[in-house]
Design a protein around this ligand. Structure first.
Ligand SMILES: [Zn+2]
Length: 396
């Protein structure tokens, strides 16, 4: 069966971020506006000011290009100052070309690594990596007669349209046909199903059970077609638990949390419940990653600092690369012979060959790591300057 992954509004928007010039005058700026890291507006404005300063320091020979660069940075600053409202945004990507009065802003619900870059076209690598790494959450809300299924990705919650209609059980309750006179034995579905003190309509119990079995099967089919990393279940506890029990292992093991919302809850409410769980999962993942890094340090398989990490990348030994969100981009060089990456060196530290300058060696490292292993951005407080703002787990 073909796997289809729905393209979100965000992904479509990014697909439209195309703007090219013969001269390198398109500016791309990534700004971390995560409230957890930069609680006040002045915090992220200060971070932007640093990037602007860095942009000014870039050596540009062509006067026209220099003017365009400066005008771009001014355009970004003005937009940030006058139009940006953070709301739920944690990472902001701004792309502009002042010469064509062209400006795009992409607000993300995930943090980004501060970066400013100039080029012939938008610099989208970090955005692509961020998108590729963002976890997809499947969400199923179930009660005794219906199920709603959603997908949560990059802060957006979208509902599967009408997929699970028609699975509601036939509820022709007949009064007087209760089974309280013949109590079921322990372990019987009816006994588990009924809350204490209620009369149990066996037929209704069987119908509800069939409904949940059908929901689990429908959800399984849906997830087979729309793969997710994690699963969130919600609705009244008994139904939600039964749905979970009926799921195959491969999906039951992906359940990461329970949303305490009604099936008929409005989207806002569901969104709030799911995003809280997603945030917890993100924190848990971050913690797990830091644990892996600590374990690797203990076994001598972790390295810290840009220079040794670049050397390991050049050897193809890097399994996982960790970049602090506080790490600033800086120039470096690429060997024309062996492709080794290094800090600005005229001669390759590996083979002694000639090198060619690279505007942003951090970016080049991320790109290299993305090809050979995995790259993750880590909050600045967990990978501080003492560790050089960059670390890696190596294969050997
Ligand atoms: Zn070399």
């Amino acid at each position: 069966m073909a796997t289809t992954v729905a393209r979100t509004a965000l992904e479509l928007e990014i697909g439209e971020l195309r703007h090219a010039h013969s001269a390198p005058i398109v500016t791309t700026c990534y700004l971390n506006v995560d409230g957890a890291l930069r609680p006040r507006r002045t915090d992220y404005l200060a971070a932007f000011a640093l990037l602007a300063q860095q942009a000014q320091g870039v050596n540009v020979e062509d006067a026209e290009v220099r003017t365009a660069h400066d005008a771009n940075v001014a355009m970004l600053a003005r937009w940030l100052e006058e139009h940006f409202e953070r709301s739920r945004t944690r990472g902001l990507v701004m792309v502009c070309c002042s010469r064509d009065s062209w400006f795009r802003a992409v607000p993300l619900s995930v943090p980004v690594h501060d970066q400013i870059a100039f080029g012939h076209r938008p610099h989208l690598l970090q955005l692509e990596i961020t998108l590729a790494k963002a976890k997809r959450f499947g969400v199923a809300l179930v009660d005794h007669e219906k199920m709603r299924v959603f997908e949560y990705h990059l802060g957006e919650l979208s509902e599967s349209s009408a997929l699970f209609e028609g699975t509601a059980p036939h509820r022709d309750r007949q009064r007087g046909w209760n089974v309280s006179s013949s109590p079921s034995g322990s372990g019987d579905a009816a006994a588990q199903w009924a809350s204490a003190g209620t009369h149990v309509d066996r037929r209704e119990v069987a119908t509800a059970e069939r409904h949940l079995v059908r929901c689990a099967a429908a959800l399984t089919d849906h997830l087979d077609e729309h793969p997710v990393d994690h699963l969130v279940l919600g609705g009244p506890t008994p139904e939600r638990e039964r749905l979970e029990r009926h799921l195959p292992d491969r999906y039951r093991s992906r359940v990461v949390g329970f949303a305490a919302v009604r099936v008929a809850a409005p989207l806002d409410e569901i969104h709030a419940a799911v995003s809280a769980i997603a945030l917890d999962v993100e924190k848990r993942d971050d913690k797990a990653v830091r644990g892996e890094l600590a374990t690797a340090s203990g076994t001598g398989l972790a390295i810290h600092g840009l220079e040794p990490v670049l050397a390991a990348l050049s050897d193809g030994r890097v399994k996982q690369l960790f970049i602090s969100t506080g790490l600033e981009s800086r120039p470096g060089s690429l060997c024309t012979l062996c492709q080794a990456l290094s800090l600005s060196e005229a001669r390759c530290p590996v083979c002694g060959g000639t090198t060619t300058p690279v505007d942003d060696i951090v970016e080049a490292a991320v790109e290299r790591a993305a090809h050979s292993g995995e790259c993750r951005f880590v909050r600045r407080e967990h990978l501080d300057a003492a560790m050089g703002g960059v670390a890696a787990i190596v294969r050997y």
